[in-house]
Structure formats: structure tokens, C-alpha cells
Design a protein around this ligand. Structure first.
Ligand SMILES: [Ca+2]
Ligand SMILES: [Ca+2]
Ligand SMILES: [Ca+2]
Length: 346
């Protein structure tokens, strides 16, 4: 025991090597200064995501501006946002364990805003950051290009660079190797900005945005085998009589089965690899069990007229009630859960 403590102490006092290594950036080459600004189509992987859209950045060349990604909502990335491909896949990126494919986006120079052509209500990114880029703040704005009023902010404080001490390894190479998510929600988001990050020391991969999200995230689970905590996003109407509620689990492991849980009460209890946020009186949407497929997403359309319950077998959701939801899914030999989302009905 004494030897282990001593070893740990010695390990902790080698900051000079760590500091020196932390200057190694995300890319081993300096981006060119003059570039065209592209408009892209077909870049979004939206299958199975319903009202939510996932931008995975696959297909953008190394150092090519991300530009405008067109779709139901056009997303315009400021000129400083560039594609970066993993060095293990032929690019120059010093990263690993990116949530999709081999391509992420990082910025060169200023931290430019990201604009949405129509209001969205949820924006989440999977980011990776070295120590000098923490904490990083994601801010949602009511106007374009970081104007108007602040709708919501989210703080990212996960150390992602193994040279700075993050407990992760490359795939097989890449010091920026631990991704985490941060997300903002609220009505009428027209742009998001990032602050606190340092150029060439911060990147993100998947950007998920949703329209018409409702409800409140009330409980955080633990990272699943992708290294990220999965999220449950509610969309539709909070008017019980509308019977219009969809719950989308995102950032799940690929090809994992899972089903929704509901409850009138919230708890916080370790279960398998995650945290159980609902119950103990769960209703289980077993008949709607889904598979996360290649997008890592399961969508459940909830029937508010016949919500599955242990006893009686189903109930109708009434105005004034608050319900808590969470998705439970397989994860390799074990299982995990999404974050919880609560919805109060009118
Ligand atoms: Ca790599
Ligand atoms: Ca990789
Ligand atoms: Ca990607």
C-alpha cells in the first residue's frame, strides 16, 4: 500500500513533461489561410432521429472549412471551423475515439459562431479538450452569430488529452482521446458560440440539434461504452390532450437494444453501468423496444392515452402531472441508461 502511494505521488509531480507535451496540438500541420467556403448537402445523418439531426462531419476533407450544411435547418459554421481527419485514417489529427467515423471539426484562429437558419431548441456537441481549453462554455443565443439574449449555457470541464492526464489511449494514435458531451436547450436558439477553448486544443465531433424539444433533464447517468453519457431528448407537445410526445435517446452504443422507462417519481440509484433516475414504480415500454442501429439512437413515440404501467397495465396521462422518463439499453455484456428527462403536462 505504501509503495503504491509513493508511486502515485511521484507520478503526480512530473508536470514539466506533461506541460511540454500539452503544447502538441490537435493537428501536426498548420492550416492554410485562404480557403473556399463550401455549401454542403447530404452531410447530415438524420435517419432514426426524428426531429433531431446529427452532423457527423464525415466527408469533409482535412482542413477544409465545414461551411454551410444544408437540410431541414441549414447550419452555418463560421470560417474558422475546419474539418480534421484522424492521422490513423490518413489525415493530420492527433485524436482518438471520435464518436463517428474519422472526422471531427476544430478551429483555427478565432472561435466563430455557428448559426441555424430556423430556431432550434436543443444543441449538443461531443467535445474533446486539453487542459488549456477548460472550462469551455457553450452558449445558446436568441439571435444570429451570438447576438440577442442568452437562452442557455453549458459548461464543459472534461479533460480529454492523455498528455495532460486524461485516462484514455489512442486508436492506436491520438492524444486527444476522451470525448464528453455538453448541450443547451431552450426555445428559439438561432446560434451557439463557444468560449474558453484555445485554437488547436479543442475539437468536437457529433453535433446534434433538435426542433421543438420539451421537458427538462433532471438526472445524469454515467458514460456508456462509447465513452459518452447518452441523452434522452423529448419533443412534441406538453399538452396532455395532444397526445404528442416523442423521446429520442442519442449517443447510445451502436446496434444496442433498449426500451423506455416511465415513472411518476425520480430517484438516483446505481444500476448496472449507469444511474437509474426513475422509479421505483417503473412502467416499461417493452412493446416499443428498439435497436440503436448505426446512428446510436432509439426513438419512442409515447402513447399518452395508454402509458404502460406495472399496475394497472396502462394509464392515461393527465394535465398537471409530471412524468419522468429514461431509456435502459444493453451495452456489451452489461447495460446502461440515458440521462433522465421530466415532462410536466398541461
Ligand atoms: Ca487516432
Ligand atoms: Ca479514430
Ligand atoms: Ca465524425
Amino acid at each position: 500500500m505504501r509503495t503504491q502511494l509513493l508511486a502515485a505521488g511521484i507520478f503526480c509531480i512530473i508536470p514539466s513533461a506533461v506541460l511540454a507535451q500539452s503544447t502538441i496540438g490537435l493537428s501536426s500541420v498548420t492550416p492554410p489561410t485562404q480557403q473556399s467556403y463550401p455549401v454542403r448537402t447530404g452531410m447530415q445523418q438524420s435517419s432514426g432521429l426524428g426531429d433531431c439531426t446529427l452532423i457527423d462531419f464525415e466527408g469533409i476533407a482535412n482542413f477544409d472549412p465545414v461551411g454551410v450544411i444544408t437540410g431541414p435547418v441549414d447550419v452555418t459554421f463560421g470560417a474558422s471551423w475546419l474539418g480534421l481527419i484522424d492521422s490513423d485514417a490518413g489525415g493530420t489529427g492527433n485524436f482518438a475515439n471520435e464518436p463517428t467515423g474519422d472526422t471531427v471539426t476544430f478551429f483555427s484562429g478565432s472561435l466563430d459562431p455557428i448559426d441555424f437558419s430556423q430556431p432550434v431548441s436543443f444543441v449538443e456537441v461531443s467535445y474533446v479538450a486539453s487542459a488549456v481549453s477548460l472550462p469551455v462554455t457553450l452558449t445558446a443565443w436568441s439571435g444570429p452569430s451570438g447576438t440577442g439574449s442568452v437562452i442557455a449555457t453549458a459548461l464543459g470541464n472534461t479533460l480529454g488529452n492523455s498528455n495532460d492526464g486524461a485516462a484514455c489511449s489512442g486508436d492506436p494514435n491520438g492524444a486527444f482521446c476522451l470525448f464528453d458531451t455538453m448541450g443547451v436547450s431552450g426555445d428559439g436558439i438561432l446560434s451557439v458560440t463557444l468560449s474558453g477553448a484555445v485554437a488547436d486544443q479543442f475539437a468536437f465531433d457529433n453535433m446534434t440539434f433538435c426542433v421543438d424539444s420539451v421537458g427538462t433533464n433532471f438526472c445524469e447517468s454515467l458514460p456508456n461504452s462509447t465513452g459518452i453519457v447518452s441523452n434522452l431528448v423529448a419533443s412534441g407537445s406538453t399538452l396532455a390532450a395532444d397526445n404528442d410526445l416523442t423521446l429520442q435517446a442519442i449517443n447510445l452504443p451502436q446496434n444496442a437494444t433498449g426500451y423506455l422507462l416511465n415513472s411518476r417519481s425520480a430517484i438516483n440509484f446505481p444500476l448496472a453501468d449507469g444511474i437509474l433516475c426513475v422509479g421505483p414504480d417503473w412502467g416499461r415500454h417493452i412493446a416499443q423496444a428498439g435497436n440503436s442501429g448505426g446512428t446510436g439512437s432509439i426513438t419512442t413515440v409515447v402513447d399518452l392515452m395508454n402509458l404502460p404501467r406495472p399496475m394497472p397495465n396502462s394509464v392515461m396521462v393527465m394535465a398537471g402531472e409530471t412524468w419522468y422518463f429514461q431509456l435502459w439499453h444493453r451495452d456489451g455484456a452489461s447495460s446502461n441508461l440515458t440521462n433522465g428527462v421530466s415532462v410536466t403536462f398541461d
